[in-house]
Write a new protein. Structure first.
Length: 508
């Protein structure tokens, strides 16, 4: 009897040790997210089954939401869960070779009681990125995953040494992750009529590893337009379109209209440092309207040996519609009565707000345009603030309704000395500087119609001293500037075909 009591007590002691050493009952997985796909277990009795082959992946995200059940007296181990004593945490481990394991700690939720003997605790952690940089494009790999319930004892981290741990195992093939950036921040400027390979838009792509190839793209064209042809796609190593860029695929000779412009069979390697891709077209002399290019969806841009990382949805290749500039047919500068007269003609205009007139790179005038029109228009501007012996450069820019400016070719003109010297002379004003008046002396060898004007430095006429016929003789003109602000003024004299000017300074 005594021996029997000892045996019973010994057995009870063993049960007590067992119960306090292994208090884990089971684990339930309500969600495991592997590379963006959810694998669900709705109850603790359901065994989580991951796919044996994940397939082709460019990146991998791992996350879980699990429930760990504890028992006060029964130890039930469900592989691939590693058991420990006194459960107070949960972790997820993954490896590619079963020798080096990366740990993802799960976040503990509120503790709950099911009954007196069984307790359960929820743990979760989502969107944990797994580093695939050790795999090249096309490399095969195997992902191993297991859960661990942790407590006061030292966790076991080598599943090969513990028969109770049997990690989930899934194979995959690494492929390149391709990034795409649209041209929504790109403003190419107005399309110049009569020019070839005018930029319509651009986009950018790169790959995290080498081996991906850009093969096809379908580009939609929006906007009401005429006179566009020869659409071409180019690759560039920088954000500037120039002669060093390479055309990709064939030229689309005719404007596709409402249909997309499709460039196929390109076979362009996607660089890990990234490349820009430009869309261009030829713009006829009589072209009108505006154009905007965009890629409608991810399926419209195809790569092989790679996956485009983000969904493409109506990705624009420019910041807005690109308008056609004015059709400038001529721009000349002539010398007329000592003034430079600029004359230009447009055959048509598209959304033309105004022209800017430049002398030696500085804006000297703004001339209102005719908006959108198909009939010719003539424009003139006279610049009186020129001096003998100088060479001047003039050019114009048209500015559309969106504020986009397009510069046109410049012209040069020389104001020769012998053109300015004749029987009409304007001597130096005295005093100069002055306050508030100065005297301007004129010498006319013959009678002539004459105009003497005074301008400020912005070219605005502020006073007129003579406008009419002047007989031969010497004249003294007094200009009283008491009502004018201090500053520099230009006095100009026109007589016959002669113009002379000088600067005077009012100092109050």
């Amino acid at each position: 009897m005594k021996k029997l009591m000892v045996l019973v007590l010994g057995m009870l002691f063993c049960v007590f040790v067992f119960a306090t050493t292994y208090t884990l009952k089971s684990i339930g997985n309500s969600r495991v997210d592997l590379n963006g796909t959810d694998y669900n277990c709705s109850s603790i009795s359901q065994v989580l089954t991951l796919p044996s082959d994940i397939g082709v992946v460019s990146s991998m995200i791992l996350g879980t939401n699990c429930t760990i059940y504890e028992s006060g007296g029964v130890a039930v181990v469900t592989a691939p869960l590693m058991k420990t004593t006194d459960i107070n945490g949960g972790s997820l481990f993954y490896s590619f070779d079963k020798s080096t394991w990366e740990k993802i700690s799960l976040i503990r939720a509120d503790h709950s009681s099911a009954n007196e003997k069984t307790q359960f605790t929820g743990y979760s952690r989502y969107n944990q990125s797994i580093d695939l940089s050790g795999f090249a494009n096309g490399d095969p790999g195997t992902l191993y995953v297991y859960f661990e319930a942790t407590g006061n004892s030292t966790p076991k981290t080598d599943p090969t040494a513990d028969p109770t741990v049997n990690p989930y195992e899934a194979t995959f093939i690494r492929t390149a992750d391709v990034s795409f950036t649209d041209g929504s921040s790109f403003t190419p400027g107005q399309l110049m009529k009569g020019n070839e390979t005018e930029i319509i838009g651009r986009f950018w792509m790169d790959s995290d590893v080498s081996g991906a190839t850009f093969t096809d793209v379908s580009i939609d064209l929006d906007g009401t337009r005429t006179g566009f042809s020869n659409f071409e796609l180019w690759s560039s190593t920088d954000d500037t379109f120039d002669g060093g860029d390479v055309q990709m695929g064939s030229t689309i000779v005719t404007d596709p209209g409402a249909s997309p412009a499709v460039f196929s069979s390109l076979s362009k390697s996607i660089s890990t440092s990234g490349d820009y891709y430009f869309l261009t077209a030829d713009v006829d002399e009589d072209a009108t309207g505006s154009i905007m290019a965009f890629i409608d969806e991810t399926a419209d841009l195809t790569v092989t040996s790679g996956i485009i990382g983000d969904n493409i949805s109506n990705a624009s290749l420019t910041s807005s519609e690109v308008p056609t500039s004015i059709c400038l047919t001529s721009f000349v500068a002539n010398l007329n009565m000592g003034k430079v007269e600029l004359v230009w003609t447009t055959a048509s205009e598209t959304e033309n707000s105004h022209f800017l007139v430049y002398r030696d790179g500085e804006v000297i005038a703004e001339i209102v345009g005719h908006g959108t029109c198909t009939e010719p228009h003539n424009y003139t501007y006279k610049d009186a603030l020129v001096q003998a012996g100088h060479v001047y450069e003039y050019k114009i820019s048209d500015v559309n309704l969106a504020g986009i400016k397009t510069e046109h070719a410049s012209v040069m003109i020389e104001i020769e000395e012998d053109v300015m010297l004749s029987d009409f002379v304007m001597n130096k004003a005295y005093p100069n500087p002055f306050n508030p008046s100065t005297v301007i002396r004129l010498q006319y060898a013959v009678g002539s119609n004459a105009v003497v004007n005074i301008y400020n430095t912005q070219g605005v006429l502020v006073d007129q001293l003579i406008n009419g016929h002047i007989d031969a003789g010497d004249y003294e003109l007094t200009w009283n500037a008491s009502g004018m602000p201090s500053g520099v003024y230009v006095v100009t004299m026109h007589a016959g075909d002669v113009m002379q000017s000088q600067k005077v300074v009012l100092m109050k």
